[in-house]
Design a protein. Structure first.
Length: 248
């Protein structure tokens, strides 16, 4: 079950954290994986790791906030693999601050990367997927998109917008056998959360019924499932991976 043999996947924000672990998980499931991010050194190390394990990968230097780079990156993937079956929109940044004092540049940067970037990638993915009449698009949103979070108005707005984008695109392209879903992680142990003080981490655990922060593997298991043939009748759905922190 959940084999991705002979599939081609592209993962954005793949240089670290959930994106990196997603690329590894997809490769273990049999997919050929294009890994996209801004950090070429980290991408090269990831490609080497996948290749050493017997997989096939391609590094694609790409800033999803830049339309020209997105277009060029997808062109490279299609030139290399001649198809695209799975897109995982994971790239995201934070520029936290109270709404009252949030700089417009910080608002724009987060919306541009976290929401517009996903839209740009979906646009590029749709053409090969529609021609093949098959595809999986998986957008990585967040528990804070559902419950809110003080000091992150830009991030919350972008991730909530990603849920709306998921539902809209799911309805538009369902007739082409392309599914579009979202995964909403809770607080996961990644470089993004590693910077939090230990006191904050312990307080967060008290708000999680399962009593622990999630691991990247908890999230990648959900992504591999949604990318598989077995998830073919699921679309427009938000799969929560949050330890019970938010119950819709």
């Amino acid at each position: 079950m959940f084999s991705l043999q002979n599939k081609v996947a592209l993962v954005t924000g793949a240089s670290q954290g959930i994106g990196r672990d997603t690329a590894l998980a997809l490769a273990r499931a049999g997919a050929k994986v294009a890994v996209a991010a801004r950090n070429e050194e980290k991408l090269a190390a990831l490609v080497a790791e996948i290749s050493a394990a017997g997989g096939e990968a391609l590094a694609v230097k790409m800033d999803v906030a830049e339309a020209d780079q997105v277009k060029a990156g997808f062109k490279l993937v299609l030139e290399k693999f001649a198809r695209l079956d799975i897109l995982v929109n994971n790239a995201a940044i934070t520029r936290d601050g109270l709404a009252l004092r949030m700089k417009l540049d910080d608002w724009d940067a987060v919306l541009r990367t976290n929401l517009t970037g996903a839209h740009l990638c979906i646009q590029q993915a749709l053409s090969p997927m529609m021609k093949a009449r098959a595809g999986r698009i998986i957008n990585i949103t967040s528990v804070v998109a559902q419950m809110g979070n003080a000091g992150q108005a830009n991030y919350v707005a972008a991730k909530a917008g990603l849920i709306g984008l998921t539902k809209a695109i799911a309805m538009e392209i369902a007739s082409r056998n392309i599914t579009v879903n979202a995964v909403a992680p809770g607080f996961i142990a990644t470089p993004m959360t590693d910077v939090l003080p230990d006191k904050v981490k312990e307080e967060l655990k008290t708000r999680i019924p399962l009593g622990r922060m999630g691991s990247p593997g908890d999230v990648t298991a959900a992504i591999v499932f949604l990318a598989s043939d077995e998830a073919g009748y699921i679309t427009g759905h938000v799969l929560d991976v949050n330890g019970g922190m938010y119950l819709a």
